[in-house]
Design a protein. Structure first.
Length: 169
């Protein structure tokens, strides 16, 4: 019977982030979109970011997709769904969508993927880029300790857990 209690505990421990919040500096090149389709992407990205930011301060809840509780992939899934775009519900599945991009190519609306549990080689956290100003990349996500927050990729914890970025817009 003890086995049934271990699985939810294990899932909670590996889900969507950590408490750590340290900073360091790192510079990346900022790029901008210039085509007319990029203008549509920018407007859609702004809509998605604005909706995601409306959840700032919402507490963490594993599997959550509402204002009563949100997990990292639930936040991204909900924000994109509100804009009429369907993404998978799980961060590791989201990481297979769109086009892989380097940090020098990122724009607001792109997704960042992380592996916060080094003992398992799987993506288990996702964030939405809200800004890239002078190479300082900010992203919104849901952490188990602080709920929905905006963090910077220059923080040691997130920089070391980062595994890739993708453009889905």
């Amino acid at each position: 019977m003890k086995k049934y209690y271990l699985l939810p505990l294990l899932l909670l421990m590996i889900a969507c982030g950590s408490k750590q919040n340290t900073r360091t500096s790192r510079t990346t090149k900022t790029t901008t979109r210039t085509t007319s389709s990029a203008t549509n992407s920018n407007a859609r990205a702004d809509q998605i970011i604005s909706y995601a930011k409306s959840f700032e301060g919402v507490k963490y809840r594993y599997g959550g997709t509402s204002r009563s509780g949100m997990d990292c992939s639930g936040l991204i899934f909900t924000a994109f769904k509100q804009a009429g775009l369907q993404l998978p519900r799980v961060s590791r599945d989201m990481a297979t969508r769109g086009k892989a991009i380097s940090l020098s190519q990122i724009n607001p609306g792109d997704l960042l993927f992380f592996q916060t549990n080094k003992s398992r080689n799987v993506i288990n956290h996702v964030g939405l880029i809200v800004s890239n100003s002078g190479g300082e990349i900010s992203f919104i996500h849901a952490t188990t300790s602080r709920g929905v927050i905006v963090s910077k990729l220059t923080e040691n914890y997130w920089r070391s857990a980062f595994v890739g970025a993708r453009r889905v817009l």
